[in-house]
Design a protein. Structure first.
Lengths: 230, 230
DNA sequence: CGTTGTGAACAGGTTCACAGCA
DNA sequence: TGCTGTGAACCTGTTCACAACG
């Protein structure tokens, strides 16, 4: 649970707000002005009760018997998410993935501004992407301070991640989105969201194995790749 | 909860198995042969009770008073995750992100084999990445069938995602890792894991807003500037 | 002894079902 | 009438604390 102002919002709710916001923006684009919890929930991939309960943590935005005004609700969620103020973003680690993330075009529309690209590899330093030049990580502290960076996307190799993260935190950054597959040890007040592509694939592999185990069992009784039983 | 063989494993547990596996591989690399639940938990970023409970769903792997043998445990988890058999992988949508994902080098080591790159853009078709040539999505069904693809990474623009996903499912693929920021409407037996970079940033923004609201409130009631430590 | 494996207590999140209201 | 907002019931997952045991 996360406190904001005098309200408390469950972490699970916060993690769904971006879905609602996206669905609302799609509706706006399509010229829809009013929607209902069930219609919006379907677009967001959740249940309608879930959606209403989530919104109830932020306030009361709908009209009973009618539904929600798309534009109003979108801006309310947007405000709750803190997208009113601009967040200045740096990408540290500009390999394949960091480069792809730099070229992502959706930052500005969502209140983020990419202001620095940083890497340790001399071959990468000096390259340009997204209108920025990649700068050397020796100057990391200087750059983060000068550009007023408040959020960092960390896309370094795993071996470098912990050390770099510590330097970043030392600069006062408290929100990090990490793509490095390591559990970062950082002070409690630092928020780290972690995206791990290989891990996601492994989770899918587990589901595949479960499916095959079941089919194997029901179809012909032979063992499919399964858990080492107890 | 997910059934595999005669065992039932909570989804939350499955989502942590990759962390444990990674930590174990790091230990192996460092030549460590034995570890304890608390040491392994620390490396994985979870509590030790959590780790032991998670492992208990898969079986009993440790020695009381001693701990776990790193290699044995790693291979047990690996088997549970279905990484024994090879999973044939296609990337659909080879833009910035798809390209970066194609160049990721860790697939083979984790039991995945990238066997096709597919895109709808004629400018992209024909390019090479990771030893493969990008092929046109007109031939998607043909390619997935011929290569025995069982898992797909979907990295198309949002507008195309739903339609492409339906074609993929039609080919018998039941595990999809999507990077497109839309809630895919697919049959219940299809497992979709979704990674949304913009969404993750928005969640971080919420945390930043919460932090500022608190500081602003306690400091002087006005909105506080940047997060200079607490 | 020291560490695992696990029942039992707890916490958090989801779903239900309906009262409240335009 | 129909949809929102929400207390209460339910369910899932986490943490505690200790018995089991090499």
């Amino acid at each position: 649970m996360i406190e904001i102002g005098e309200v408390t919002v469950p972490a699970a709710t916060v993690s769904r707000l971006p879905y609602y916001l996206r669905a609302l923006r799609d509706l706006l684009r399509d010229g829809v002005t009013t929607t209902s919890s069930s219609a919006l929930a379907e677009r967001s991939g959740v249940g309608s009760a879930q959606l209403r309960k989530d919104l109830s943590y932020l306030g009361s935005f709908g009209t009973r018997g009618v539904g929600y005004e798309v534009e109003t609700l979108a801006s309310s969620i947007s405000t709750a998410l803190g997208l009113g103020s601009e967040h200045r973003l740096a990408i540290v680690g500009v390999g394949n993935l960091g480069n792809a993330l730099a070229n992502y075009s959706g930052y500005a529309a969502r209140g983020f501004r990419l202001v620095a690209l940083i890497d340790a590899d001399p071959d990468v330093v000096g390259r340009r992407a997204a209108g920025l030049e990649v700068e050397h990580s020796d100057r990391l502290e200087e750059i983060l301070a000068a550009r007023g960076v408040s959020m960092v996307i960390l896309a370094t190799p795993g071996a470098a991640a912990q050390a770099v993260a510590e330097r970043i935190v030392e600069c006062g950054v408290r929100e990090i989105l990490s793509f490095s597959p390591v559990a970062l040890q950082l002070p409690d007040d630092v928020v780290v969201r972690s995206v791990d592509v290989a891990g996601e694939l492994q989770i899918l592999a587990f589901h595949a194995a479960a499916r095959h185990a079941q089919e194997g069992a029901t179809v012909d009784g032979r063992t499919a790749p399964a858990a080492t039983a107890r």
